[in-house]
Design a protein around this ligand. Structure first.
Ligand code: GDP
Length: 450
């Protein structure tokens, strides 16, 4: 499913020709594929439509950066819009644990966990309790209000013992609201900071059980009401979230089973339809398999491509148009001195060196690992050699005699062989550029200003 999304997008983007600005037909061809891909990723239709409209508006007429392909540019626009729709911004880091939930209030504060049966509610309750205890040093008490499912309360108790979080002692036959009150009283007396209340599950949204959740809510006035939804149920999860939000009012969503959902579409619809933030995602069955929701990562997952987006960003940051123009003019004249080589090396370093560049290209990341680490060191050494030269030497390598080379090597802390290697590389590069410029003159470039 996911692979096909990535393939689909690459397919269209490969067809786009490099040109100044993205045309309407380029964009609409790409958007047809984005649309199908999002629908396949289980994003709700109205959300898809909205999304396509936003992106198309932004993409048409957008200038394509010199250093990237139009395809990469479109991916970047799609990516940024996905992030915005998921409720984040492109440069946002994952929130710290304590920022994931808003626990402001006089302790003990209550966190109400709601959702359908089997959504991962009890597991998520324990996971969050563990996180709050370990990462935020909160004193947490858990209580199960599930009086319907046999052994539900025991399940939470066992989980509590496993993760080292206290649970409210079980008293059989008590009603949910009474258990909730008892939990808050016990927490107050014993100095707990947070009470996590795991409400009864239900097979589907049902009036009687909803009324029970509302009664509990009114009793404990939770600072957070978190809906736990199973990402694998896609559209259904969104419908459930909407129902809970309309009737109970939720403050956020915990998306469980994101480890099994390669598509990430539920997250996008969830946020767009309910307008409520996704706070955490469940990534497995183990008690610590939970992470703060990170819009950028999910957007990447929905796109399913290598990190082309970062490549585009970095290119935009580092490629100065002027620099490129100057270099092009020199290339045409067949002049390429060591100052030029140095600025090329610096640009490569800014972009994370060879390793950084290569790891961003889909499929190459792993292959590049070993070899390119050397390259990064090499880049630094080469730059140091050029820096150890005088301006005159940098402009004209012909003045470099043996004694000058010795001085430069000592200054840069390298051997004479290293200096010679760099000079050889420069010679090869300028030779290549001369050839290219000759080819240009013979061909269609005649008459161009140089
Ligand atoms: P509840 O009925 O909503 O309380 O659901 P449970 O917490 O009992 O979870 C139901 C099943 O889903 C259990 O087997 C959990 O281990 C599993 N589960 C919960 N969250 C996740 C998750 O994020 N990833 C995976 N793979 N399994 C999960």
């Amino acid at each position: 499913m996911f692979e096909s999304l990535s393939d689909r997008l690459s397919g269209v983007f490969d067809k786009l020709k490099k040109r100044g600005a993205l045309s309407e037909s380029d964009v609409s061809a790409a958007m047809r594929e984005v649309r199908v891909a999002l629908l396949e990723a289980d994003v709700a239709l109205p959300v898809v439509k909205d999304f396509i409209k936003q992106v198309s508006g932004k993409a048409v007429g957008h200038n394509v950066l010199k250093s990237v392909t139009p395809g990469q540019q479109v991916i970047k626009i799609v990516h940024d819009e996905l992030i915005a729709m998921l409720g984040g911004s492109a440069d946002q880091e994952p929130p710290a644990s304590s920022e994931t939930l808003s626990l402001i209030g006089v302790p003990p504060v209550a966190v109400l966990m709601v959702g359908l049966q089997g959504s991962g509610k009890t597991t998520s309750t324990a996971k969050i309790a563990k996180r709050l205890t370990e990462k935020d040093r909160k004193r947490v008490l858990m209580a199960s209000l599930d009086t319907r499912r046999p052994a539900a309360q025991e399940q939470l108790q066992v989980l509590g013992e496993q993760i080292g979080v206290k649970t409210l002692p079980i008293i059989k036959g008590q009603m949910a609201t009474d258990i909730a009150k008892r939990a808050m009283d016990a927490a107050r007396l014993q100095g707990f900071d947070v009470v996590m209340l795991d409400t009864a599950g239900r097979m589907h949204v049902d009036a009687a059980l909803m009324a029970e959740v509302i009664a509990v809510r009114d009793r404990v006035q939770p600072v957070e009401t978190l809906l736990v939804a199973d990402a694998l149920t896609g559209q259904d999860a969104v419908t459930v979230a909407k129902a809970f939000d309309d009737q109970v009012g939720i403050t956020g969503v915990v998306l469980s089973r994101m480890d099994g959902d390669g598509r990430g579409g539920a997250a996008l619809s969830m946020r767009a339809v309910t307008g409520k933030p996704i706070r955490l995602i469940g990534t497995g069955e183990k008690p610590d398999a939970i992470e703060p929701f990170h819009a950028t990562r999910i957007a990447g997952r929905i796109l399913g491509m290598g990190d082309v987006v970062s490549l585009v960003e970095k290119a935009a940051e580092t490629i100065e148009a002027e620099d490129a123009e100057r270099m092009a003019a020199k290339m045409r004249k067949g002049q390429f001195d060591l100052d030029d080589l140095r600025s090329q090396l610096r640009q490569m370093k800014k972009m994370g060196g060879m390793k950084g560049l290569m790891s961003m290209l889909p499929g190459i990341g792993k292959l590049a690992k070993g070899a390119s680490q050397l390259d990064d060191k090499l880049l630094g050494r080469q730059e140091a050699i050029i820096c150890a030269m005088t301006p005159k030497e940098r402009r004209d390598v012909r003045v470099l005699n043996a004694s000058r080379k010795r001085r430069i090597a000592a200054g840069a802390g390298v051997s004479i062989q290293d200096v010679n290697k760099l000079l050889k590389m420069h010679q090869q590069m300028s030779g290549m550029m001369k050839k290219m410029s000759k080819m240009g003159k013979k061909g269609g470039m005649r008459g161009m200003p140089s």
